[in-house]
Design a protein around this ligand. Structure first.
Ligand code: URA
Length: 429
């Protein structure tokens, strides 16, 4: 087949800050998926996009080309409306686990096609795989049947969904081109639009543990994604939420499942409950159900009932004890005062080094590895008090995990207890 473009010309155009034509974009994505554009050429193009950006029309076309690289799911045969949530990734972000069954309580189907963790952020599938027997890979027919029957499914996105993004995301991860607004927005939205959800709530994280470190950049990313979703006919809103410190009191796979079950049992840390309820309200409103109270369904066990059915439908045993680490070590406060900082990025890296995350996408993860948090920013602590407990199956990992935590904790003698809000802002179309 004669190719209509040459990858070198496309790279040069973006390198020289030109706008790529629609035809160039369609071709480069398709040719990359087919293996005609080489990995080194796509990595040069990704870096040119990272450095020089893309305009709105280019981002829309790039997203569309990635959607067309694979199949689209179709939930129109379901008797329920669909609503989904996507987080840009954070530390201790287990919200999908209580959120999907909570929203399904109200007759709104939640098709959560999720990914695995890479780098310092955890992956939803890795967390659920801590539950004995639980199965991430479902066929399209199984997804539809579970959505109709249980109302919620969390599973692996099939290899047919936006395959261009699968290749490109792995490449970006190894070429330091992840933190680019056009590349993140098109990556996330191509998968969500191809998935076929009717409405979508984006949880755009801001802070040290997020890809976007400041509010302005996070807002720009949120606006770009909301515009892409809206133009594709998906009702899309975004919440900007704090990721300067880990969410909740656990980081790591089995530890985060345990905390999610506490939330579903009507307890759990207040920040996890607050964010779960805020996102549930948005998802329900997107599906036309702004007349219900999701908080009550966490307290009275209805969300727990759906959770149990959702886990069992994928061969998991909701009553099986979760695995526990054989080795633990504590990190204690070095001074009296107010804990004014517990850095999300540092805690994420430490948890990853303990074995909760992977360095390469084929690496295994430890279900038991992670970190328990005993004090959150704003709390008064005393010297010697336990702040963190590190968990792992492989104790030789403690040293490097502790190195990652060297600057993670800030204690100020006269620090003020900060009133922290998790939800910082909302972006609508
Ligand atoms: N999540 C994605 O799916 N893609 C990105 O580029 C970043 C976060």
């Amino acid at each position: 087949m004669t190719e209509p473009f040459d990858a070198v010309d496309v790279i040069r155009a973006k390198r020289d800050r030109e706008e790529l034509s629609g035809e160039q974009i369609d071709w480069v994505i398709d040719a990359y998926t087919r293996g005609v554009v080489a990995e080194e050429q796509m990595s040069a193009l990704a870096m040119a996009i990272f450095l020089n950006g893309m305009g709105r029309a280019e981002i829309a076309r790039w997203t569309d080309a990635m959607i067309r690289s694979g199949e689209r799911m179709d939930f129109s045969a379901l008797s329920r409306p669909t609503s989904d949530k996507h987080s840009t990734g954070g530390v201790g972000d287990k919200i999908t686990l209580p959120l999907a069954p909570l929203v399904a309580v109200f007759g709104v189907a939640v098709p959560q096609l999720s990914g695995r963790g890479l780098g310092h952020t955890g992956g939803t599938l890795d967390k659920l795989e801590a539950i004995p027997g639980w199965r991430a890979a479902l066929s399209n027919e199984e997804v539809l049947a579970q959505l109709e029957d249980v109302g919620a499914v969390i599973c692996a996105a099939g290899s047919g969904l936006a395959p261009a993004d699968k290749k490109l995301y792995a490449l970006r991860d190894t070429t330091s081109t992840v933190e680019s607004i056009p590349l993140i927005a098109s990556s996330i939205m191509s998968k969500k639009i191809a998935e076929g959800t009717g409405s979508l709530v984006l949880d755009v994280k801001v802070g040290s543990g997020a890809f976007m470190k400041d509010l302005d950049r996070a807002r720009q990313l949120a606006e770009t994604m909301v515009a892409l979703g809206t133009d594709a006919g998906v009702r899309t809103v975004a919440l900007l939420t704090d990721m300067s410190t880990p969410l909740g009191l656990t980081v790591g796979n089995a530890l985060e499942v345990r905390e999610s079950v506490e939330v579903l049992a009507g307890g759990g840390p207040s920040d996890v409950v607050e964010l779960t309820v805020a996102l549930a309200r948005e998802m329900l409103a997107g599906a036309g159900r702004d007349d219900v109270d999701p908080e009550a369904a966490l307290k009275d066990g209805r969300a727990m009932d759906v959770w149990r059915r959702m886990i069992a439908a994928q061969d998991g045993d909701p009553d099986a004890p979760l695995p526990v680490a054989e080795h633990t070590e504590d990190v204690v406060a070095e001074a009296d005062g107010v804990l004014t900082g517990l850095d999300a990025y540092d805690v994420g890296v430490a948890s990853w080094r303990l074995g909760a995350g992977r360095a390469r996408k084929e690496d295994p993860v430890q279900a038991v590895a992670g970190i328990e948090i005993h004090a959150k920013p704003g709390e008064r602590v005393r010297a010697g008090q336990k702040l963190l407990t590190l968990h792992t199956a492989t104790p030789e990992r403690f040293t490097r995990a502790k190195e990652a935590l060297a600057g993670a904790v800030t204690i100020e003698p006269d620090g003020a207890a900060e009133d922290r809000s998790i939800v910082l802002d909302k972006v609508t179309a």
